[in-house]
Design a protein around this ligand. Structure first.
Ligand SMILES: *[C@@H]1O[C@H](CO)[C@@H](O)[C@H](O)[C@H]1NC(C)=O
Ligand SMILES: *[C@@H]1O[C@H](CO)[C@@H](O)[C@H](O)[C@H]1NC(C)=O
Length: 153
């Protein structure tokens, strides 16, 4: 009865059970983990506003600062963010979660039409947190009151 295979099976079953228990504990402790991220986005300047093939395109210099370190619990695998994607980044370590970046929009800031001149807009920073176990969640902070230049240049 206590053959090699039987024992191997018992060891493997135990290993799987232990792994499952660890994952559940991770999810449960993660629920009581509080995060308090701080983010800031400033438009430093517009470096171009033009019409190209009937659509407006802008180039904008952003000053993005963030301290997302409180998002990292030991159950956090990585987090990445941004949606209409002027810019994004993936952070996999808590040490990298505090940063300041002076960046031009990484992705095209382009309109469908010619509506940019003088238009107001908001910028929102999203952080997508991808835990090692349990479901991904999203946080965000919006910044309002930005405005395009009135003329092409
Ligand atoms: C960018 O923003 C940070 C934090 O608000 C500020 O300390 C820094 O001076 C800004 N840099 C520029 C070039 O505006
Ligand atoms: C920007 O956000 C403010 C406050 O939520 C809102 O009132 C305004 O309509 C937004 N502007 C645009 C262009 O979406």
């Amino acid at each position: 009865m206590h053959t090699f295979l039987y024992r191997l099976n018992a060891v493997l079953s135990f290993a799987l059970l232990a792994l499952a228990a660890i994952c559940i504990a991770a999810s449960m402790t993660d629920m009581i983990h509080k995060s308090n991220p701080s983010v800031d986005i400033k438009v430093l300047k517009f470096d171009g506003l033009r019409e190209i093939y009937g659509n407006d395109e802008a180039r904008v210099a952003l000053n993005i600062s963030a301290d997302l370190s409180s998002i990292f619990s030991w159950n956090t695998k990585q987090n990445s963010w941004n949606q209409i994607s002027l810019w994004d980044s993936i952070i996999t370590a808590k040490e990298d979660a505090v940063f300041q970046a002076l960046e031009y929009n990484k992705y095209a800031f382009i309109d469908q039409g010619k509506n940019f001149r003088g238009l107001s807009f908001n910028l929102t920073m999203y952080w997508h947190v991808m835990p090692k176990t349990t479901m991904m969640y999203i946080g965000s902070k919006s910044f309002t009151g930005f405005k395009f230049p009135d003329n092409y240049f």
